[in-house]
Design a protein around this ligand. Structure first.
Ligand SMILES: [Fe+2]
Ligand SMILES: [Fe+2]
Length: 173
């Protein structure tokens, strides 16, 4: 099933998140050295600042409030918010961690990020697409676009303009 256009910007960022999780997993498998961990820590910090902070805000301030009460259970939304806080905390701990303690934290962060994205893609987004009326979904999509567009006020360009590849099937997650 294709992702609804309203959710494509967030799904597109999910692809970036999954790519980071894979980079951490494969990177540490091939080279579990302090140098590699330092390199990966800096990638996590960049990704957090450039994308994840804004992504979490868009979900918590626009998407989640709009879908609360329309799902079979709001428990999933509470779980996802708790995971956002956990990832923020892990990112802070990573930045402050002594060299020897970075690898387990990186693994924990990558696994949580990947698990979180899969819950959103396979369960939340799926249910949102099925339950929200098309008009509500389309208004929600416009608000998400508007919110994420503010991330790049200079170029005005949207990351999901990059390619039609974003319209990939849910089964790829
Ligand atoms: Fe999220
Ligand atoms: Fe997300």
């Amino acid at each position: 099933m294709l992702r609804d256009p309203a959710l494509i910007p967030l799904s597109h960022q999910h692809q970036h998140g999954l790519a980071l999780a894979v980079l951490i997993e494969r990177g540490l498998k091939a080279d579990p050295s302090p140098q590699k961990a330092t390199e990966l820590c800096s990638k996590v910090a960049d990704m957090f600042e450039l994308e994840l902070v804004h992504h979490f805000e868009a979900e918590e301030q626009v998407l989640f409030p709009a879908v609360r009460g329309r799902l079979a259970s709001d428990g999933i939304v509470d779980q996802l918010i708790a995971q956002h806080r956990e990832m923020e905390s892990l990112s802070g701990r990573l930045a402050a961690a002594p060299e020897g303690e970075r690898i387990p934290l990186l693994r924990e962060f990558g696994e949580l990020l990947s698990r979180h994205i899969r819950i959103e893609e396979r369960r939340l987004f799926q249910e949102v697409q099925e339950k929200l009326p098309p008009q509500v979904l389309s208004e929600l999509g416009a608000q998400i676009d508007d919110r994420l567009r503010k991330v790049c006020p200079l170029s005005g360009k949207l990351p999901w303009d990059e390619a039609a590849e974003s319209r990939r099937s849910v089964s790829s997650y």
